[in-house]
Write a protein of this length. Structure first.
Length: 146
């Protein structure tokens, strides 16, 4: 009898862990898809596409003087970079629950490289926060110093 109880308990715990894993995997895939849509919106120059995946309380932070700026300021300051962005080559996307990181090479219309890593925070399937860390290259598309 005791063996059957332990076997049943083991079976239930195993099934619960698989269910949890499947849910995590689905969330990870969903968040990765949203991140890809984020960069696609820049390439397509489609603000509406971007707006659909950003939470109304979205904030953006970067070394360019952006400290948790809201969606309105983000559109004014950062969205114009879409006009000089040709493409993004995502190198790595890591999703951990509602946090995700993306490292990419970006290319300007005139062929200049910018390489960044961005941290995304999700809330209810939308991006609520983005923190950008500039890497090598021109740092961001509208930087004309290089």
């Amino acid at each position: 009898m005791t063996t059957k109880i332990f076997a049943s308990l083991f079976m239930v715990l195993t099934m619960c862990s698989y269910t949890g894993f499947a849910q995590k995997s689905q969330n990870s895939m969903d968040h990765e898809k949203v991140i890809k849509e984020y960069y696609t919106a820049y390439v397509k120059k489609d603000w509406h596409m971007l707006e659909l995946i950003l939470d109304d309380r979205f904030t953006f932070t970067s070394p360019a003087g952006d400290d948790h700026i809201n969606l309105k300021l983000y559109k004014e300051r950062c969205w114009p970079n879409a006009n000089n962005t040709k493409r993004f080559d995502l190198e790595k996307v890591i999703v951990d629950g509602d946090d995700a990181y993306a490292t990419y090479n970006g290319w300007t219309n005139d062929g200049k490289l910018f390489r960044n890593t961005e941290r995304f925070k999700f809330k209810d399937g939308k991006i609520i926060e983005n923190e950008c860390f500039f890497g090598t290259g021109v740092s961001f598309p509208n930087n004309t110093k290089k």
